[in-house]
Structures are given as C-alpha cells and as structure tokens.
Design a protein around this ligand. Sequence first.
Ligand SMILES: C[S@@+](CC[C@H](N)C(=O)[O-])C[C@H]1O[C@@H](n2cnc3c(N)ncnc32)[C@H](O)[C@@H]1O
Length: 456
Amino acid sequence: MNHASAAFYPAMSHPPAHPSVIAATALLGGIHLDSEKTWNILEIGCASGHHILPIAEQYPQARITALDLDARAIEEAQGLARLANLRNIEFHCADLAAWEAPSQHFDIIIAHGVFSWVPDSVKAAMISLCAQALKTNGVAMISYNTQPGWALRQPLREMTMALQQRSSHQGSACSALEWIERALDGRNDAYGHDLLETTRDSLAKGEAQLKFDDLYPINDAFYFSQFFHICQQNGLTYVGEADSTLPRISLLHSTAKAQLQSLADNPILMEQMTDFLTGRSFRCSVICRNDAERRAASPEELAALSIERLMPIPATGHDRTDAFSQAILRAAPSSISMGDLLASLPDVPVQQAMKMTGTLLSLGMIRLRDRPVLLSDEMPSHPRLSVLNLDHLKRGKPIVDAFHRSCLVSPNDREWLLLCNGSVSFEQLMKSCRHEDQISALHEMLAHMNERGLFV
Ligand SMILES: C[S@@+](CC[C@H](N)C(=O)[O-])C[C@H]1O[C@@H](n2cnc3c(N)ncnc32)[C@H](O)[C@@H]1O
C-alpha cells in the first residue's frame, strides 16, 4: 500500500466539540448558558478553521474568536471566512500562552486536540486562560488523552517510531503499523488482542492524523483525577463529558454498574473508577468556574434537549423501552426533541424517559444537543452545498454535515458534488448519467448527502 506523507494537520470537524453538544452537556451538569443569541465563543488551536467555520455559519448572532499559532493555517481560515462572507468570526495568529484574553467574556471555549500535545507551560496557560476568560456561567470543553487507556498506545508509538526509520517503511506510520498488525496476527491472549485492536484503531486514523496525534513529539496522557486537580487549582471544576461515544460503559457488567453507582456521592471518584474499569483513552471534558451557579435542569429545559441517533438501537423486548427507541428511529435522520418524544409516548413518565436516555447515552447510541437538527428527506430541486463545503471539496478536504460530522468523499462522488452549487437541477444531474447503474448510484449518493443535511 502506498502511504503519502502528510505535511499538514488534517482538516476535521468534531461533533462533541460543537456548541449545541457542549451546551446540552452543560445543562445536564446544571450549568445554564445565556441565550445563544449573545454567545461569545472562543476556539483555541483552530488550525485552518475546519471545525469552527461551519459553526460561525450556524450561529450568525454569535461572536466567534479563533486562534492558532500557525500563520498559514490562520491565513487559510481567514480566506475561507471571507469566501463564505462570515462576519461574525475573527481569527488571530497567536500563542495561547501570550494571548491577552478578554476577562470573563466567553460563554463557550473549545480546545479540541491541543491540551495533550503542547508543553506543560502551555497546558497551564490554557487552563488559566479558561479560568480568566470564561463568564461566570460559561463552560470550556477540553479534550485530552487519558490513562489508563492511553498506556497501551505507548508501546505502539515506540514500535511505530522505531520501524518508521527503516528504509522498508519509507517513513510511513501506516506501513509500520501494518507490519505490527501482521506480527500480532493470531494472538488471542489479552495483551496481544488489545494491542491488535489498538493497532487497527490507529491504522484507521491514517497517515496525516497519526503524525499530529499518536506520533506527535509531545503526547501526554492524564488520569481524569489529575486533570480535575489542575482545574481545581485554577478555580475550575468538572461539569460532564461531551463525547457520549467514548466511555464504553456498555463493556461493564450490570454488577460493575451497580458497584459504580455506590460511588454516586463522589462523582469525581466515580468518573475515575469508570476510566480504570473501561480503559478509557480520550476525554472531552466540559468544565466551568467554581463560582458558577449550578441548578438541576427543569422538565421544560430537559424537554428542549434533542436526541441524535448514532447507531442502531437493538430491541430489548420491553414495550416502553422499545417504543422509546422506535420514536428516535422514526425521527431519523432528524434528531428528535425530548418533548416531542414524550408527547408521542404519553404513558412513559419523564423520569423513566430520562433514565432510558441516560442508558442509551452510556451505550454511545445517542448524542444530546441543545437544539434539534431538522432534516428533510425531500430532495431539493437544485441541490446546493454550502460555499464552505464546495471549497472543501475543491481542496480535497472532508465536507461537514448538519451534525458536524466530517464526510470524506470518493473522487467519483466529488465530481458530481462539485456540480451541486445550486445552478444544476436534480433532474439535469440524473439526465447526465450514461447508464442505469450510474443513475441508481448517483441517486443513492445524493439521497445520502441530503439525509446528512448537506444541501442548504
Ligand atoms: C492537533 S491540532 C488540532 C486542531 C483542531 N483543534 C482539531 O482538533 O482538529 C493542534 C493545533 O493547536 C495549535 N497550537 C499548538 N500550540 C499552540 C499555542 N501555544 N497557541 C495556539 N495554538 C497552538 C497547532 O498549531 C495546531 O493547529
């Protein structure tokens, strides 16, 4: 396999780092953000803006600041903002450790993929920036590698780095990982099996991401309790996790879950124990100021939360639970608000619905947002991608869907999608197909893109 070497950090969007997911996590943790109409949002380490630019498009009333050390990335981001005529976002080429943040100004601070990969002095500066720049009831989402799960990546990192140097691998991390995968073939002891799974997981990241993630010169992992301690020292505290897909609590037997419940009086210990038991390797932690006002969300506020289905939800044989999952399925590809869901199931009490939501969240089957994502399955007469996505396509970067997921497009689909700029009708696209197979493939691809809310 030929693995091209990658010079730039790959453009990516991250659903758990989306303001609507962060706001829902905050609400469940008792933090009530101000109205989104007045949100000030900061992204630290925004690279070329792939994550934050569509957010600026979705929240025209929010004022957004984004910064990164990399001058070329910031230049690219500024160019894209001009191209898409986004006036609510400003980019700064700055070192976060030297940047003079406005005091108590931000409702939401996003730092995805930065904390574990910068020197300790910059980590400290990031936490104190959050402490200084967050509004009293604002929240920050910081992602980082966690122990004990990351410990298994360490031997893999060492092996990959050593093998990469050999001429047979020509500097390619993926080629080195494929060598390791073969070397682990057939292993079914616990260590070999886990290392093989981790190798495959790393391979799936691809050359470009590996270079800036697993193999980046600085790559630190923390116990959750260490991260919490650093926050505490800076007047910050823990609110909740924005990535429901990661904890894999589903791995735990119901006895283990009951054991963890016995720690409910100490949520920080409970979080740490969950990491130990599940081998968690990454977190997207939402934090707030110690002096933030926290109160449980009201039933009306919970009803406004919206549920996004992430994977098929198997039947359980319990009528109410299955009716709940069916209602989520019927709404797909749109998300469904908790209020609408409850209205469709009049005999399910709110508390039971919240419990079922909690279970599906812990299984990584759903994600919560503070606003619905409403999609139509009707194909627009003239399919049109956003200006940002058309530009991403032209540059061979992933496009970003309505749920903020990155979507890689094959070269063939890319040619068709480049025509989706609003000037060519769906019928014309279909008529330009040369044979039946092409018609059905194009129809399917466009329907899929439409289901992901990519046509604006
Ligand atoms: C691994 S990339 C993550 C990009 C993006 N946030 C994501 O998760 O896809 C880390 C980014 O942090 C930026 N960065 C590193 N140190 C920084 C600092 N001291 N101040 C500002 N940005 C920094 C890098 O230039 C890089 O663009």
